[in-house]
Design a protein around this ligand. Structure first.
Ligand code: ATP
Length: 281
């Protein structure tokens, strides 16, 4: 670990003041090593993450109401699905509350934009994962003018108040924005069109969305600038190298879980007495 990360991932990746236009999506902030080392480390750190998550889950079973919520945002092909499969896939699924947010259903459209989000929040002791999130309501909604400007403009502050409330109620937010370059996105979309096992990941609309890339960059910049708070900062992850992005998210989650300073819950029984009873049984 020390060999590869010379500073906490949270410090290396925090978005404060970052301009997306200047971001090198092939960079590996904070990581010192090569791809082979990174991949080996990912396996090792996945086990560490699983151990930390198990402690959170165990404490949740004992009444601890705290939770950790990973919020994943990124353009199509940025690798959100891979993070869910490979990073979240390394922990016990019982302890994961996963939710993906697509185009709102008819029912969801009848409600405030945070309605469906509130319903999907992680329970105490759980690692929550949002594959897309309330941020879509200031990203796609802004870029495509799905609501009038005064509506989406008001959402930034609403989101800050909402996240403040979550944090005050014991949820640690780990907000991650993954960025690939426009060329890398083209390569990934091309692959989806050339491999039968990847067709299912492709939607024709993904190509149309590429024309809105600059508008999305502006919308992403706005969430970093307006919703990167002390209590719920944004982390920006250059994601051209999938292994790096997965490792970076793994590290961010380990750091968030370790911050909770969890120990194994104390027994509600006398282990020595129970052992004696067991031997006699
Ligand atoms: P992904 O692209 O995340 O892998 P997908 O292609 O399978 O997922 P869905 O998950 O069904 O598609 O939906 C994702 C789409 O839903 C995205 O285009 C996203 O912009 C859109 N979406 C998500 N939230 C909203 C929202 N609040 N309003 C409008 N569109 C939204």
């Amino acid at each position: 670990m020390a060999e590869y990360w010379k500073e906490p991932a949270r410090r290396a990746l925090r978005a404060d003041g970052l301009r997306i236009a200047d971001l090198d999506t092939s960079a590996r902030p904070g990581f010192h090593g090569d791809k082979a080392g990174g991949k080996r480390l990912l396996v090792e750190r996945g086990r560490v993450l699983a151990g930390e998550q198990e402690k959170l889950y165990a404490n949740g079973r004992s009444g601890d109401r705290r939770s950790v919520l990973l919020v994943l945002q990124g353009m199509d092909t940025a690798g959100k699905g891979g993070i869910v499969r490979h990073v979240i896939g390394s922990v016990d699924p019982q302890g994961v509350d996963h939710a993906a947010f697509g185009v709102p259903t008819e029912e969801e459209k009848q409600h405030h934009f945070l309605w469906r989000i509130r319903r999907a929040l992680p329970r105490g002791g759980q690692l929550g994962v949002f594959d897309r999130s309330h941020y879509e309501d200031v990203l796609v909604a802004r870029v495509h003018g799905l609501v009038p400007e005064e509506v989406w403009q008001g959402r930034y502050e609403e989101i800050n108040r909402f996240e403040r409330e979550l944090v005050d109620n014991g949820t640690t937010l780990v907000k991650v924005a993954l960025f690939v370059s426009l060329d890398e996105q083209k390569a990934r979309l091309r692959e989806r069109l050339q491999r039968p096992d990847k067709y299912w990941k492709f939607s024709p609309g993904d190509i149309d969305e590429r024309a809105y890339w600059p508008a999305y960059q502006d919308a992403y910049q706005a969430i970093l600038d307006r919703n990167g708070t002390e209590y719920a900062p944004w982390y920006v992850i250059p994601a051209d190298a999938k292994w790096y992005a997965r490792l970076a998210v793994t590290e961010l989650l380990i750091e968030a879980l370790r911050d909770l300073d969890l120990s194994w819950p104390a027994p509600t029984f006398d282990p020595a007495a129970e052992l004696r009873r067991l031997e006699r049984s």
